[in-house]
Design a protein around this ligand. Sequence first.
Ligand code: UT7
Length: 329
Amino acid sequence: MQNKITAAITGVGGYVPEYRLTNKELETMVETNDEWIVSRTGIKERRILKEKGAGTSFMTIRAAKSLLESTKIDPKTIDLLIVATATPDVMAASTAVYTASEIGATNAFAFDMDAACSSFLYGMSIAARYIESGHYKRVVLIGADKCSSMMDYEDRATCIIFGDGAGAVLFEPSTEGLGVQDEYLRSDGTGREFLQAKLGSSYPPTVDSIANRTHFVQQDGKTVFKTAVSMMALSVDTILKRNNLDVDAVQWLAAHQANKRIIDMTAQRIGIPAEKALVNIEKYGNTTSATLPLLLWDFENQFKKGDKIIFVTFGGGFTWGSIYLTWAY
Ligand code: UT7
């Protein structure tokens, strides 16, 4: 009898822009200071895509090429390419389709998907289902956001947090049972008023919207913070219980990098020691859809085959959840 197909991550790539926006530079832009930002968020700098006219695809293409380089796969063998993003290049024409063409994935179909900061996590669920179905053998999932494109650099409540970046992973079938094991995904639309950018079909850009700066991201940080800790802890707890996993059996917690205090409080609530929580927020800030793959990119050389990794996110919408995955190489 053929083994059940599971969806394993078999390679990682990434790209972050060169430009580092430091806390010191932010001090010259808004009423803030390095001490406040580091102690309240853990962020020291973030990368900003400065190239003129460059959108999210500038980073997805580079992240995908880095993935092709590390995995040595022929782009023509990619069946599906998904870009998880809240900041597509343009409305209506998919960033994923353009990315696929630019990297030579000529036999792939491609699409974008958006669940704000949970985009990559939801994307993992989609990628896993396509692989498990047996229809597709190679799915590339890229999490990318040019957050600077929706930031108000006069609003200290948001602009100190977000940065730009992209991370890419390859999903392939495993017959050893490695890869995605279980998931718990949820959403609640009553939360959207607490974190959103009023730019879209309900809010087409107008002279007033630009003048009032309402097209930029706005958030009620306190509400988002509290809800994030509760829902992330609940999600991980649900996944651990459902899979009879003790925290000691888990090697890594890969949590969305929104605020170091959110990560610490979530880990503490579920009893996972701080050293198991992957953290790179100090370097990149909150890159929305890119936080999880950038964690994998940065920490890949510490993972061992069979390591149990618990992913967890919370984001605008609200969207949240957790995925349990075993590392495949
Ligand atoms: O990816 C998912 C989306 N986002 C999140 O998960 C973000 C969740 N929220 C947060 O991370 C935090 O709420 C923030 C980092 C946004 C804010 O931190 P906080 O500890 O909740 O600060 P606060 O808004 O309660 O403000 C505390 C104080 C206030 O001063 P007073 O009223 O106590 O005198 C603020 O005016 O800090 C002040 N403040 C600042 N001071 C220096 C707020 N922002 C800043 C700043 N620099 N950038």
